[in-house]
Ligand binder design. Structure first.
Ligand SMILES: Nc1ncnc2c1ncn2[C@@H]1O[C@H](COP(=O)(O)OP(=O)(O)OP(=O)(O)O)[C@@H](O)[C@H]1O
Ligand SMILES: [Mg+2]
Length: 418
């Protein structure tokens, strides 16, 4: 009787243990993380369904295997010194895992008898993080580019304003100098006439006195030099006027709209702006063809050629050539800027349109010039290509589509480019 009670109790206990085991196994199997229990020699003692599904092998072929070897076999390389928390990539499934290790102690003997290894699938978080990081970096570079473009537009506006302010005083300086030249001419004429009279009608002593005075005051030299001084000043004023004109036409504050514009004019105005810096080290060869007007934002196109010309100049170390060419076909206008400068290696060439990529010293280049140039050309549905040979030189070619055909129309600002 007692034996049968004991037997029943034992059976109940056994049932409870079985249920607990099943529940625990079910718990392990319903989580997505891979859980492995190994012995101290890295052999798999137990694992959950996630490993069985990952390896696509029956449990019989998994248990007893070295867990690292097994994972490596399935394309998940786990280095021996792999630290807890490391991120691992599985090429075949394109999944990311975070690995962790927990020492497993035998409760009865209280000694470490193995390790629990977990592999947590972080692919979704990783994907979102990567997308977020990319979106953030795109946003950052777009913001910087916008600030840079805004800055250029503000500089343009400021330049146009200053140019306008300089123009007014320059107008009366030039006009007064021309009048002064005429006045000096009359003074000189009068002095000469007076001297001749004195020579004829005065006595010897007076003539001598006047001649002496004229010599001491260096009047002959002054009469000649004052004409030269005025002429030089007039030339200077003319130069200021032309610089101001260049600044005004380059900044083109009125040309922020899309219009039919002469690309040759954009190029010429960019050259006028940078030439002072480049003329000491480069000879300029201009081969501007007879091209039709292209539909564009002229202020932005000026910016494109300014960037290309400055880069060309900076690529020439001592002395070289910059060639600017334009031509067209039935669909587009083309412009190229070539230099005989340092050229670029394939690695540099691969990255030149990336924002912030520069090979120039800190403070000399921001690495935004070509990135902005690329964006501008893209806005115009155009194309920018580059050919470069290290040590020989570089050619950038810009293609701007003739969306309006070959119209030589006057500038109109009625519609947008696209
Ligand atoms: N004509 C060229 N010859 C040789 N290298 C060039 C030329 N144009 C551009 N590069 C290379 O491309 C890089 C990027 O040019 P980009 O104009 O974008 O920036 P940057 O000139 O360095 O700086 P920033 O234009 O912002 O002042 C340059 O640092 C340079 O290495
Ligand atoms: Mg540049």
């Amino acid at each position: 009787m007692e034996l049968s009670v004991q037997h029943e109790e034992l059976e109940q206990l056994f049932n409870q243990v079985t249920i607990a085991k099943q529940e625990w196994e079910g718990t392990m199997d319903c989580i997505a993380d891979i859980v492995i229990l190994t012995d101290t020699r890295d052999k798999i003692k137990r694992c959950n369904k996630a490993l069985h599904e990952f390896s696509r092998r029956p449990y019989g072929e998994i248990l007893g295997r070295d867990w690292r070897e097994l994972m490596t076999e399935y394309g998940l390389l786990i280095p021996f010194d792999c630290p807890a928390g490391a991120e691992l990539y599985h090429e075949e499934s394109k999944k990311w895992f975070v690995i962790n290790f927990y020492p497993f102690s035998d409760r009865t003997e209280n000694v470490v008898s193995g390790v629990v290894v977990t592999l947590h699938d972080t692919s979704i978080v990783k994907r979102f993080t990567t997308e977020l990081e990319k979106a953030y970096s795109d946003l950052k570079s777009t913001q910087t580019k916008l600030v840079q473009q805004e800055k250029m537009a503000s500089i343009g506006q400021l330049t146009a304003g200053v140019a306008h302010e300089i123009n007014n005083p320059m107008a009366f300086i030039s006009s007064n100098l021309s009048t002064l030249a005429k006045y000096v001419e009359r003074f000189n004429e009068f002095i000469l006439a007076q001297s001749e009279m004195a020579e004829t009608f005065c006595d010897k002593a007076a003539i001598e006195l006047l001649r002496n005075k004229r010599k001491v005051l260096k009047l002959d030299y002054i009469m000649e030099d004052s004409k030269a001084l005025i002429k030089e000043s007039l030339d200077g004023a003319e130069r200021v006027r032309s610089i101001v004109q260049n600044l005004k036409s380059f900044s083109r504050v009125d040309d922020t709209m899309c219009k039919n514009a002469d690309i040759n004019e954009c190029i010429t105005s960019a050259i006028n702006i940078v030439w002072n810096e480049l003329k000491y080290k480069a000879t300029l060869l201009k081969e501007l063809g007879d091209i039709p007007f292209a539909r564009c934002y002229p202020q932005q196109i000026n910016q494109v050629f300014l960037n290309l010309l400055v880069n060309a100049g900076q690529a020439i170390e001592k002395q070289g050539e910059i060639r600017v060419k334009t031509w067209h076909d039935s669909a587009a206008v083309y412009a190229s800027v070539s230099d005989t400068g340092c050229g670029m290696s394939a690695e540099v060439l691969n990255r030149i349109f990336d924002p912030f990529f520069t090979t120039k010293d800190v403070g000399k280049g921001t690495g935004l010039g070509l990135s902005i140039t690329y964006d501008i050309i893209k806005t115009h549905n155009g194309e920018i290509t580059v050919e470069s040979t290290p040590g020989k030189g570089t050619t950038f070619t810009v293609r701007l589509p003739l969306t309006q055909g070959k119209s030589n129309g006057s500038a109109n600002t009625d519609s947008l480019c696209r």
